[in-house]
Ligand binder design. Structure first.
Ligand code: AMP
Ligand code: ZN
Length: 142
């Protein structure tokens, strides 16, 4: 637990939140500044700043809850789809340093973009560099 982390404060019950789901490992509540009706967050009850810092059980609990809650969120607001995502690290737009997954309901014609719209300029990578990247990531994942 981190005393000045807003999501730890919500988990402790020190500040209010619109809680939609809770179990031993995760808490899920409405985003206070929603991108769409029903925008919901899922957080581990234990403080971890980045996805990579989570032990397997917390990570499985968060991703499992995102998968199970997604259809409920979508149905509750009669949405047509969902963006399920995480900003992992400040360079990726993470503002609250406590892991959280976003469930953002999407509606046909809502004018929003795909995950692909988070980057404005795409790199133009030659095949050789793609080959290197494949090898580097495969090696790092061993
Ligand atoms: P991120 O950029 O992924 O770190 O997004 C943080 C999200 O947390 C934003 O969408 C905020 O609107 C949301 N948020 C921040 N503080 C609270 C809070 N106290 N209760 C609910 N949502 C919050
Ligand atoms: Zn925290």
């Amino acid at each position: 637990m981190s005393s000045d982390c807003p999501f730890c404060r919500i988990v402790r019950g020190d500040i209010p939140a619109r809680v939609v789901y809770e179990d031993d490992d995760v808490l899920s509540f409405l985003d206070a500044n929603p991108l769409a009706r029903g925008h919901t967050l899922v957080v581990p009850k234990t403080h971890h700043e980045r996805v990579a810092a989570m032990p397997d059980d917390d990570r499985d609990a968060v991703f499992g809850a995102l998968g199970r809650l997604g259809p409920s969120v979508q149905a509750a607001v009669d949405a047509d789809g969902l963006n399920v995502g995480m900003n992992d690290g400040s360079a990726a737009g993470q503002e609250v340093p406590h892991v959280h997954g976003h469930l953002v309901p999407r509606f046909e014609g809502d004018g929003g973009g795909a995950v692909h719209s988070i980057v404005r300029t795409r790199p133009d990578l030659p095949d050789e560099e793609m080959d290197e990247l494949e090898a580097d990531i495969r090696h790092a994942a061993e």
